[in-house]
Design a protein around this ligand. Structure first.
Ligand SMILES: *Cc1c(COP(=O)(O)O)cnc(C)c1O
Length: 395
């Protein structure tokens, strides 16, 4: 069928036409004035995006590269760190830290749930020698959102650095790095930022920079001190991902021209309410019931529904591309992405495709007015007063 493809996955996400056109431009040289202007202008906007006065360093790699850079630059082999592991990406922190020779203490969280402040407090008490805490803002494999603001209240008063993977949160839900006291915040280009994959961004607090200066380089490519020095001159350490930075500059300009971050967060919150209301109206189970992300909603399928078939019908019959579950949840879960260049009309299409393909995959559907309910929820949520950060969704 000649349907319009709609990429409703939690990364990569669709690209606005403005960004695609900019990406098609011919090359400019990464050591010449036009590039310096581009990088310095982008840098100012990135500081606003991250909520920091510190430099935000662009790296040519996927998000995992920035995770690797954080681990290698901030810690010495043999140091002890705490990892919040509530899914695939929490697990990835452990793997990267172990490769670097760190001693890892894991806080294991059942998938779909989030770490509590009490859990971290107790783990810190039992491990007074821990030097860092690693966590995700949004654990994209489950759709749960860890309470990073509250966790930072514990770490900022101790000699412990808090490293937050914001790959599916930056530009999607609020995470002001300096105000909250996050020591390292990082993200990738292909989730909330409406840019293709391949560009990562990372920033460090003042005290994290102090630590970095005491850690001898263990990796030639991810040299944060070198990147910082060059960034002040509008340069990267190596050849910069010129087109991706052009795309990022364009997408950040689009955000600025359309109400800034406040408007983005409001839209993301409204889309989250829309999806969750629609899913509940279809009598399906929301996998992260309490503390949930604003860019992806995980849906647990009833037994008897063939999840792989559902995904394939949604794509071939309706043009909607969802992600499935990972590990134990393969074939049992739909991850409905609604971040970046995705709006109410895409989500309407997504809910309709979910409804139709659920039936095709053996599911029973109770409600016929799920779209009406979902759109009502969207408009109600959109009407929150400007400037208000939505308390229900905060952990
Ligand atoms: C997507 C994602 C990653 C992995 O990013 P890559 O760009 O694939 O390396 C890591 N953490 C989170 C939370 C993610 O959503």
């Amino acid at each position: 069928m000649l349907n319009k493809p709609r990429l409703l996955t939690p990364g990569p996400t669709p690209l606005p036409e403005r960004v695609r056109l900019v990406l098609a431009q011919d090359m400019i040289h990464h050591r010449k004035p036009a590039f310096k202007k581009l990088l310095l202008e982008t840098e100012e906007r990135l500081k606003t995006l991250f909520g920091t006065s510190q430099p935000v360093i662009p790296l040519s790699c996927s998000g995992t590269g920035a995770m690797t850079a954080a681990v290698h630059s901030l810690f010495l082999p043999g140091e002890k760190v705490i990892v919040v592991n509530g899914g695939k990406f929490g697990e990835r922190w452990t793997k990267i830290a172990e490769v670097h020779g760190l001693e890892v203490v894991e806080i294991r969280i059942p998938w779909g749930q989030t770490v509590s402040v009490a859990q971290l407090e107790e783990t810190l008490r039992h491990n007074p020698d821990a030097k860092g805490v690693f966590v995700q803002l949004c654990e994209t494999s489950t759709g749960a959102q860890h309470p990073v603001e509250a966790l930072a209240r514990l770490t900022r008063t101790r000699d412990v650095l808090l490293i937050a993977d914001g790959i599916s949160a930056v530009g999607i839900s609020p995470c002001p790095m300096d105000t909250w006291g996050i020591d390292c915040l990082l993200t990738g280009s292909q989730k909330g930022l409406m840019v293709p994959p391949g560009l990562a961004l990372i920033a460090f607090s003042e005290r994290a920079w102090k630590k970095i200066r005491t850690v001898p380089a263990s990796c030639f490519y991810f040299n944060m001190e070198g990147e910082e020095k060059n960034l002040l001159k509008g340069q990267g350490l190596f050849t910069s991902p010129v087109n991706l930075l052009l795309g990022l500059h364009e997408s950040l300009t689009m955000i600025d021209e359309n109400g800034g971050l406040e408007a983005i967060y409001r839209k993301q919150w409204a889309l989250t309410c829309m999806v969750r209301t629609g899913v509940r109206a279809l009598d399906l189970e929301l996998f992260a019931p309490k503390h949930y992300a604003w860019g992806v909603t995980s849906i647990l399928l009833p037994s008897g529904v063939d999840g792989k078939k559902l995904l394939s019908v949604a794509e071939t019959e309706y043009g909607v591309i969802f992600a499935g579950g990972q590990d134990d949840y393969a074939g049992r879960m739909v991850r409905f992405g609604h971040m970046g260049w995705v709006d109410w009309a895409d989500v309407t299409a997504g809910l309709h495709a979910l409804y139709r393909s659920l039936k095709a995959a053996g599911g029973y559907v109770a409600s016929r007015d799920y779209l009406e309910q979902a759109l009502d929820a969207y408009h109600r949520a959109l009407d929150v007063e400007p400037g208000r950060i939505i308390p229900e969704a905060r952990s």
